[in-house]
Design a protein around this ligand. Structure first.
Ligand code: BTN
Length: 324
């Protein structure tokens, strides 16, 4: 029996009691073997309650767990998943891992905690233990395969919001261009996409898509208390959410270059039709002011300034959103 099979059963019966006899029959092994396996999982930190006469109940997501995530991902059997208690940064680990394993199937790295989580523009991403989702998706590109960074980032943001809204329709999570996830006007997550270039060919050989989400983080360092937030004050099933994000991500990734997710990106946007200030990359940090009128077919931000002129911004940061 694999742990993945056991988690498949637990995942299909969330918060239900499952008898040892039932599990043993489903998996074709003895009740003692089930008992041993469950003791092992408890030792690893999984919240599995045993009750004489009732059996076992898996309380989801006390811990991130690769088999529990993969059990939801039956459509993508070649995805590999690694979970760590602590890493400096899942993106940095992914880079180091790639240098040892250049030709791998899609691999997902998750950590319960990051000691040096990284954000865009050289910032840190606060990543305390057990209350967030910090994961990196490693993708190997085919020779000559083109990458559109802006569409990949907006597509990933769309995939994350689709996943959250599917599992938790009451959570009004939205996107602030280009990659911030916001809830109740507070930042609750972000995306850091990085490319690895093959020095010989000069082409991009791999992509690392880092996704960070504050799930139930309730305390933030002083400099973040006014701007950061979390998805919920309840403990959500992080394994289920990680799996749904991955499912949405891989579905989006197949066709992201044609921008077919952009209608959803626009729908999820917290800034469309709002006046904003944008610190741009292309004009050496100059601040632009205007109303957001669109995200174009490349995922770029389209602003209309006070004279009615349209300006397309390829990269930068929305620094201020006025409410209307
Ligand atoms: C941002 O908002 O600026 C991007 C934040 C990205 C954070 C994630 S957490 C997982 C992955 N590992 C990192 O070090 N960063 C990304």
């Amino acid at each position: 029996m694999t742990t993945r099979q056991l988690f498949t059963i637990f995942n299909n019966h969330p918060d239900e009691w499952l008898s040892g006899a039932h599990l043993a029959e489903e998996l074709g092994i003895s009740r003692t073997a089930i008992w041993k396996q469950i003791q092992q999982l408890k030792k690893q930190g999984h919240d599995i309650v045993s009750h004489q006469g009732l059996g076992y109940q898996y309380r989801a997501s006390a811990k991130l767990n690769a088999p529990a995530i993969l059990a939801h991902l039956s459509q993508y059997p070649d995805v590999v998943c690694q979970v760590f208690e602590e890493l400096d940064s899942t993106n940095d680990y992914a880079k180091a891992y790639l240098s040892q394993h250049p030709k791998l199937s899609p691999t997902v790295i998750l950590a319960e905690k990051q000691t040096r989580g990284r954000g865009r523009l050289g910032r840190q991403f606060y990543s305390p233990a057990n209350t967030g989702l910090y994961m990196s998706i490693l993708l190997t590109l085919k020779p000559g395969q083109e990458v559109h960074p802006s569409l990949l980032t907006t597509g990933t943001g769309t995939a994350v919001v689709r996943a959250i809204r599917k599992l938790y329709p009451d959570l009004m999570v939205a996107l602030k261009w280009i990659n911030d996830l916001v809830i109740h006007q507070r930042k609750c997550g972000g995306i850091l996409t990085e490319a690895i270039t093959d020095l010989e060919s000069g082409q991009i050989s791999h992509l690392i898509v880092g996704i960070g989400l504050n799930i139930s983080t309730s305390e933030f360092p002083d400099d973040l208390t006014q701007i950061a937030g979390a998805l919920s004050d309840e403990r959500l099933d992080r394994n289920r959410l990680a799996a749904e994000i991955l499912e949405q991500f891989f579905a989006m990734y197949q066709t992201y270059q044609n921008g077919d997710f952009l209608p959803d990106y626009r729908r999820f946007s917290a800034i469309l039709n709002h006046p904003v200030l944008v610190q741009t990359v292309q004009t050496q940090g100059k601040t632009l002011s205007g109303t957001v009128v669109d995200f174009d077919y490349q995922g770029y931000l389209v602003l209309k300034d006070s004279s009615g002129q349209k300006i397309t911004v390829q990269g930068g940061e929305v620094t201020k959103v006025t409410s209307d």
